[in-house]
Design a protein around this ligand. Structure first.
Ligand code: PLP
Length: 381
């Protein structure tokens, strides 16, 4: 294998159990496995966490369909938009849509009637993100139409925080909690009974603000052992108490596909952006931006070979990257190279990679090409 991703099953299970413990027995745990489980492999991750999950959250109908085809029977919440013409399929597969527009609700009611099924609908309240959701004053017709449609059941009311990862000041989140509370009260008034599952919390909210947990938490990034942001870590630390021991799940590996000596004063790669300042040993990794190794790592990133850092030289190519192993004299053909993760005592974290690229850890892991094999390692005993 030339390029692959290792999924640490023990780390993943550790992260899951940590959240299970944190939220207590009455709150549902819903792993977010959208975007190929943030690059970790949707089916691989789902297989490893099914027994500890109450529901799963995905973005698209396609993702939910792949889970159902693989035999996953857990309730699945589809958080992203589903086209009107695809709603019949959503009903057939017994999926739970998050709805924030009336045409979707009407079409769902019609499809549910046609198929003699009941669709469990989650409404989304707009509380400050202005992305998806209906404002409190607009929610009444949703509740009324659900009441008037025998095929629809109000299962959930949800929202999403706009400013929780990016700051240590949680006043915006606190305001959103209040807005959500008002929307919930209004909805329950029109509905005439409580909404079974109210849910607002992503990883950062779950880690920082207990009042966001409500009936269910949607855990994405932290399930994969990554802190949502430095600010989340700092906020958690400032609260005192023990920091949760999140363990990174992904290790991304490649192998040296060529190795050789290059004279002093030679250029490396496209654009002649790097010139050797000494006779150098250069290794070629068969991994480039097609595989998900960001081109912004050109001349900036490092990989690990034999437990030591090898700097990227010149530009990252589509399918290849050159690294300097002059100071790793025992490096040889087909040696493993770690692009992300640990090797011996060294580690390249998603935080570090994302810093080099000017992005966030979410993007680094999510961009690893889904075609690379995901191999489960360290199964739990
Ligand atoms: C992706 C997503 C989440 C998970 O967020 P993390 O920060 O990765 O935990 C939760 N809720 C919604 C609506 C999302 O889109």
């Amino acid at each position: 294998m030339l390029n692959w991703v290792e999924i640490d099953a023990t780390a993943l299970r550790n992260n899951l159990k940590l959240f299970r413990e944190k939220i207590g027995g009455k709150v549902e745990l819903a792993p977010v496995v959208k975007s190929n489980a943030y690059g970790h492999g949707m089916l691989t991750v789902t297989g490893l966490c099914q027994d500890l999950a109450d529901r799963l959250c995905v973005n698209s109908l396609g993702e939910a369909a792949a889970l159902r085809r693989a035999g996953v029977e857990l309730p699945i919440v589809v958080m992203g938009y589903v086209e009107q013409d695809d709603l019949a399929e959503l009903v057939e597969m017994d999926l739970q849509p998050v709805v924030s527009n009336l045409p979707t609700l009407d079409r769902l009611a019609a499809e549910a009637g046609r198929q003699s099924r009941t669709v469990k609908v989650h409404l989304k309240a707009e509380t400050g993100t202005h992305r998806q959701g209906a404002a409190r004053r607009d929610l009444q017709p949703f509740v009324e139409r659900i009441a008037a449609s025998p095929g629809l059941a109000l299962e959930g009311l949800s929202t999403h925080y706009a400013n929780i990862e990016d700051t240590t000041d949680h006043s915006f989140a606190t305001a959103q909690i209040a807005t959500f509370g008002a929307a919930r009260k209004a909805v329950e008034g029109w509905h005439g009974k409580p909404v079974p599952v109210c849910h607002t919390a992503c990883s950062a909210a779950t880690l920082l603000l207990q009042e966001t947990h409500m009936d269910l938490v949607r855990i994405g990034i932290a399930l994969y052992g990554l802190w949502p942001s430095r600010e989340t870590l700092v906020s958690c630390r400032d609260e005192g108490g023990e920091l949760p021991d999140l363990r990174p799940v992904m290790t991304w590996k490649s192998r040296i596909a060529q190795i050789g000596t290059v004279e002093e004063g030679s250029y490396i790669g496209y654009g002649c952006t790097y010139r050797t300042t000494r006779e150098s040993k250069i290794a070629v990794l068969p991994c480039g931006y097609n595989e998900g190794y960001d081109r912004r790592l050109s001349g900036v990133g490092h990989v690990l070979i034999r437990g030591r850092r090898a700097p990227v030289r010149g530009r990252v190519c589509m399918n290849m990257t050159m690294v300097d192993v002059t100071d790793i004299p025992d490096a040889g053909l087909e040696d493993e190279a770690v692009l992300l993760g640990a090797q011996d005592d060294e580690r390249i974290s998603a935080e570090q990679l994302s810093g080099w690229c000017g992005t966030i850890p979410y993007e680094v892991v999510t961009r690893v090409n889904p075609a690379l094999p995901r191999i489960v390692v360290r199964p739990e005993n």
